[in-house]
Design a protein around this ligand. Structure first.
Ligand code: PLP
Length: 404
C-alpha cells in the first residue's frame, strides 16, 4: 500500500524552496559552491540581528519556559500596539493583536479562520506565493489581479475591480512588494481602500518590509487608510530586524472591527489550538520595535542593502535583452528577460539551466504566480563581491546563448 499525500495539496506550489532548490542542495552535496540568490534570509549573508534583541531573548530565556497567552505576551502586544499609535493606525486594542511564529503562520491562520469552500480572495500577480497557497489550502480560490510592470508594478485597479464577484471576501496587498520591490503610492492605496469599503471586502496588508525603503520612498500603512471595513496588517522580525530564524511576526486588526466579531473569534480559536507562538522570541519584540532601528543604516545610500540592490540593477540593465524596474523597497530585484533574444524557452528552464551550468540559483517568475513566463527574482542580500561573481556567471550564460 502507498501512503498518498492529501488531495488538498495537489495544486499547491512553493517554488522558492521547490524542485530547483532541491537540485541546488543536491549539487551542494556533491561539493559545488552555489550562489544562493533565491531566499530572503538575511543572516547567512552576514546581516546579524541587532545585539539588543539577541540579548533580550537570552536574558529572558528562563522566563520563557512556559506557554504564553495564545494571542501573545502582554509586553510584546503592548509594544506592537504602541507601534500602531506611532504610525497612525487608530483604535487598536491589545486584544486586536496576535503574535505568531513568523508572518507565515499568521497568513495561513487568517485564511483558515475565514474561508468557506469556493470563497475568493484577490491576490497580486506576481505575489509572495504563500498567500496563494494558503488560500487554496484553506479551501478558498485565489484570484489574481495584475500588478503592472509599466506602472512601476503598481496594482491595476481596473483589473482588480473587474475580478470582484459575490464570492470575493478580501484583497491581499504586499507593500513593499516581494518580488517586485514596488512601494505603492498613497493614491493607489486609497483607491484600493475605497474599493474594499464599497464591496465589503477585508484588506490583508502584508507589510513585513515596511522599513526596507530606498531613495526616499514612503510607506503608507494600510491600517491608516482603511476605516469602513476590516484591515488586517502583518509585520514581523524576519526582515527589518534580520531575525528570520527566530520566527516572530504579528497581525493587527483595525478599521471596522465591529463587523468582524465572528471572524476574530475564529482566529482566536485557531490561535488557541496551537497554544502560543514561540515564547523566547516574543521577548525580543518590545526591544525590536522600541530600540535602535539599525535597518535605516543598511538602506541609506551608504548602506549595504542599497549598494547591493543598485549593483544588481546596474549590472542587469547593462545586458541588452534584460530590463528591470528599479526597486523602491524590500530585498529583491524582478527583471524581465527577452526570451527570444537568448533562444530561451521559458523562465523555469532558464533558472534550471543557469543553476546546472553556472551554479547560480534564482527563482522563476512563474513561481510567484506571475502571468507571463519571462521574469526571475534575485535576492539583494549577498555581498558586492559575491554578487559580482554571480552576475559575471549570469552574463556569461546569457551571452553564450544570444541569438539577437
Ligand atoms: N510575507 C512576505 C511578503 C515575505 O516575503 C515573507 C518571507 O519572505 C513572509 C511574509 C514570511 O515571513 P516570516 O519569516 O515572518 O514568516
Amino acid at each position: 500500500m502507498n501512503f498518498q499525500k492529501s488531495q488538498r495539496l495537489n495544486n499547491l506550489r512553493y517554488e522558492i524552496r521547490g524542485a530547483t532548490y532541491e537540485k541546488a542542495l543536491e549539487l551542494e552535496n556533491q561539493g559545488f559552491k552555489i550562489h544562493n540568490l533565491n531566499i530572503g534570509n538575511p543572516a547567512p549573508f552576514g546581516f546579524d540581528a541587532p545585539d539588543e534583541i539577541v540579548h533580550d531573548i537570552i536574558m529572558n530565556l528562563r522566563n520563557a519556559q512556559g506557554y504564553s497567552d495564545s494571542r501573545g505576551l502582554f509586553a510584546a502586544r503592548k509594544a506592537i500596539m504602541h507601534y500602531t499609535q506611532t504610525i497612525g493606525i487608530p483604535d487598536v486594542e491589545i486584544s486586536d493583536i496576535f503574535v505568531g511564529n513568523g508572518v507565515s503562520e499568521l497568513i495561513l491562520l487568517s485564511m483558515q479562520a475565514l474561508l468557506n469552500p469556493g470563497d475568493e480572495i484577490l491576490v497580486p500577480s506576481p505575489d509572495y506565493p504563500l498567500w496563494t497557497a494558503s488560500i487554496s489550502l484553506s479551501g478558498g480560490k485565489p484570484v489574481h489581479y495584475v500588478c503592472d510592470e509599466q506602472a512601476d508594478w503598481n496594482p491595476d485597479i481596473a483589473d482588480m475591480e473587474s475580478k470582484i464577484t459575490p464570492r470575493t471576501k478580501g484583497i491581499v496587498l504586499i507593500n513593499p512588494n516581494n518580488p517586485t520591490g514596488a512601494v505603492y503610492e498613497k493614491d493607489i492605496l486609497l483607491q484600493i481602500a475605497k474599493l474594499a469599503e464599497e464591496h465589503g471586502l477585508i484588506i490583508f496588508s502584508d507589510e513585513i518590509y515596511d522599513k526596507i525603503l530606498f531613495d526616499g520612498a514612503v510607506h503608507y500603512p494600510m491600517g491608516t487608510l482603511v476605516h469602513e471595513t476590516l484591515c488586517v496588517s502583518f509585520g514581523g522580525l524576519s526582515k527589518n530586524y534580520r531575525s528570520a530564524g527566530f520566527r516572530g511576526g504579528w497581525m493587527i486588526m483595525s478599521g471596522a472591527k465591529h463587523k468582524a466579531k465572528s471572524y476574530m473569534e475564529g482566529i482566536l480559536l485557531l490561535a488557541s489550538m496551537r497554544l502560543c507562538a514561540n515564547v523566547p522570541t516574543q521577548y525580543g519584540i518590545q526591544t525590536a520595535l522600541g530600540g535602535f532601528q539599525s535597518i535605516s543604516n543598511l538602506v541609506a545610500p551608504t548602506g549595504r542593502l542599497y549598494k547591493q540592490m543598485n549593483l544588481i540593477y546596474d549590472r542587469l540593465t547593462s545586458i541588452p535583452g534584460i530590463s528591470c524596474v528599479k526597486p523602491k523597497g524590500a530585498l529583491y530585484v524582478f527583471p524581465k528577460i527577452d526570451l527570444k533574444k537568448f533562444g530561451l524557452e521559458n523562465d523555469e528552464k532558464f533558472v534550471y539551466d543557469l543553476l546546472s551550468e553556472q551554479k547560480v540559483l534564482v527563482v522563476a517568475g512563474t513561481g510567484f504566480n506571475y502571468i507571463s513566463n519571462d521574469h526571475f527574482r534575485i535576492v539583494t542580500l549577498p555581498t558586492i563581491d559575491e554578487l559580482n561573481q554571480a552576475m559575471d556567471k549570469l552574463q556569461y550564460f546569457l551571452e553564450s546563448r544570444r541569438v539577437l
